[in-house]
Design a protein around this ligand. Structure first.
Ligand SMILES: Nc1ncnc2c1ncn2[C@@H]1O[C@H](COP(=O)(O)OP(=O)(O)OP(=O)(O)O)[C@@H](O)[C@H]1O
Length: 223
């Protein structure tokens, strides 16, 4: 399964700022497809920079970031966008939902820019994941839902296209303890249940405890 799209191979990665300062280096990082991996480290260490590089969203990267046979550092913007559309789901600290829409409209938001033939499937998948995650009502916009529910809606959105890879950047930072624990459990079960690779940046030890493995980033270097 060396070429499984969820298998990550990073070599000699360097990420620079626009002014040429090295923000992050990762000499070697391998993650097996289907693994659940935490990324920890002090504030400003470069964790989000690493996660965004792995998503093909970070500028000024050199070296190799390969997901299966797709080399993101060699890909142009169109190819990177296609990779994300086909294979990647992302969950953000601040949810990044559309406040004026409800859970299903947010969960299935991708249907607005997907081919007509894919739209019904996306809505069905988002609806099923919302149910699995316990977001059972679909009344009112998402501002009427709790933080934990909103983050679960953003997980349903990230998974609607059935990606092989799920990335999350501090997904529990805005949640209370109970909601954070539940969300971490949900992320792991949604990933493991479908053999997805899960990579979670977190300061939260109870989130990191649920991962198969934890990587440390310190002073811009991935250990
Ligand atoms: N586009 C950019 N241009 C210049 N510096 C940047 C850029 N993006 C990030 N940085 C710097 O890179 C370093 C790493 O930032 P990053 O957000 O990856 O850290 P982090 O480990 O995720 O921190 P936190 O835990 O506080 O979110 C920081 O010093 C930050 O100021």
């Amino acid at each position: 399964m060396a070429d499984a799209i969820g298998a990550l191979f990073v070599r000699d990665l360097k990420v620079s700022s626009n002014r040429g300062r090295i923000l992050l280096s990762a000499p070697k990082l391998d993650i097996a497809a289907g693994a659940a991996v935490g990324i920890k480290g002090p504030s400003g260490a470069g964790k989000s920079t690493l996660l965004f590089a792995l998503a093909g969203l970070q500028q000024n990267c050199t070296g190799a970031i390969k997901w299966g046979s797709v080399d993101l550092t060699a890909a142009n913007q169109t190819a990177k966008a296609k990779f994300r559309r086909d294979h990647l789901g992302i969950v953000f600290q601040d949810f990044l939902l559309f406040d004026e829409l409800g859970p299903l409209e947010n969960g299935a938001i991708q249907s607005l820019f997907r081919p007509k033939t894919a739209r019904a499937g996306l809505r069905t998948a988002a609806s099923a994941t919302l149910k699995q995650l316990g977001v059972s009502r679909d009344t009112g916009d998402v501002t009427t839902y709790s933080g934990g529910e909103r983050q679960r809606i953003s997980v349903a959105r990230a998974l609607a296209h059935d990606p092989a890879i799920l990335l999350a950047d501090e997904p529990t930072a805005n949640l209370d303890r109970d909601a954070a624990d539940a969300l971490a459990t949900d992320l792991v079960s949604q990933a493991k249940g479908k053999g997805r690779t899960l990579i979670v940046v977190s300061h939260d030890q109870s989130v990191l405890d649920q991962m198969d493995r934890v990587i440390t980033v310190k002073d811009g270097v991935v250990a």
